[in-house]
Design a binder for this molecule. Structure first.
Ligand code: ATP
Ligand code: MG
Length: 327
């Protein structure tokens, strides 16, 4: 059952009036672009002459970018270190979103900000260097996050957990916040295996197919295997619905005790699939907060992901692009 352009238009227009709160691991994606003309005399490695550098919001901060691009109001709650990347992140998210307040990104002196640096020469990735600490945040930081979230969710129309397993999403935070959020608004979770038992209560959980198989000890990456994984996940978490994303094979949505439904990919050209998962959860959250059904939200998310995989670099889909993608 396809979504009509008129209905897509209606839902996307309503996104302007919703507020989404995101909890998760914020990251900075740093890109260094250059050329290689020689090999280093020190070791057999290429020397990259830097031509250009750029930074993008990554992880949970990319979910924020995607929400803003769709026209929603949003803020992201997370942790940064007391370092240059942390300052950069705090400035960038505040520039991206008027709703973002100073206290939403907690500064933890004992951690570095998460940064992924990619060095690219002649359009090819030469190396990626990561700076991160993946241990869970300490009790004091947990308390500050919980306090900030309790305030933030009072004004939310949906709550998103964007867990990249970098230590911000802890069982204790989930235990305190999910029941409060679920009582009021749709709760959407982009999960990682470590916190699986703690993602409850939730409205919608959105693993990719690799994650869904591992979380349920399912072997087969087939329709049957993924139906089984979706059912098992829903049982384990008692969540309302599970959406498994399958890269170029689209998505599978399981709602309640119903039959799994397929959502075929809407992508025409594929250049860069980085961040497609962030676009999916952002669009789902904005759509559900705007009163869409689960299946309508999945259709919109699939269209939005189809747009971003056709762009290079961590990208977003705008409300206009999303509407235009419906015939
Ligand atoms: N190669 C592709 N061709 C077409 N569509 C794609 C492709 N890769 C991703 N998509 C679209 O993006 C959605 C999410 O992608 P995917 O399943 O790779 O999520 P993910 O692994 O969580 O991504 P991320 O790397 O951002 O975490 C898919 O359901 C599909 O709509
Ligand atoms: Mg993902």
């Amino acid at each position: 059952m396809a979504l009509t352009k008129q209905r897509a238009n209606e839902i996307v227009a309503a996104m302007r009036d919703v507020t989404i709160v995101v909890l998760g691991d914020v990251m900075l994606d740093e890109f260094v672009w250059g050329d290689v003309t020689r090999i280093s005399p020190e070791a057999p490695v290429p020397v990259v002459d830097i031509r250009r550098e750029s930074v993008h919001l990554g992880g949970a901060a990319n979910v924020l970018s995607n929400l803003i691009a769709l026209g929603a109001k949003a803020c992201v709650v997370g942790v940064v270190g007391n370092d240059a990347a942390g300052n950069r992140l705090r400035t960038s998210v505040r520039e991206a979103s008027p709703l973002q307040a100073e206290e939403h990104l907690v500064i933890d002196e004992s951690r570095p900000s998460t940064v992924k640096t990619r060095i690219i020469a002649h359009s090819q990735l030469v190396v990626r260097a990561d700076r991160e600490l993946r241990t869970p945040v300490n009790g004091h930081t947990e308390e500050r996050i919980i306090g900030t979230l309790k305030e933030a969710i009072k004004n939310a129309d949906a709550f998103v957990v964007s867990d990249y397993d970098k230590g911000v999403v802890t069982p204790r935070i989930l235990k305190e916040i999910l029941p409060l959020a679920y009582e009021r608004v749709p709760v959407l979770i982009d999960p990682k295996i470590r916190n699986l038992p703690s993602y409850r209560p939730a409205t919608l959980v959105t693993p990719n197919h690799h994650e869904a198989l591992r979380m349920t000890n399912t072997e087969e990456d087939s329709d049957g295997g993924l139906h089984h994984a979706a059912r098992l996940l829903r049982q384990t978490l008692s969540c309302d619905a599970v959406l498994i994303t399958r890269g170029d094979r689209g998505m599978i949505l399981l709602e309640g005790d119903g039959e799994p439904v397929y959502v075929e990919t809407a992508a025409r050209e594929v250049y860069d699939v980085t961040g497609a998962g962030d676009t999916v959860i952002a669009t789902l959250a904005a759509a559900l907060a705007s009163g869409s059904s689960m299946l309508e939200a999945a259709n919109l998310a699939n269209h939005a992901a189809g747009i971003v995989v056709g762009k290079v670099g961590t990208a977003t889909a705008s409300a206009e692009e999303l509407i235009a993608s419906f015939q």
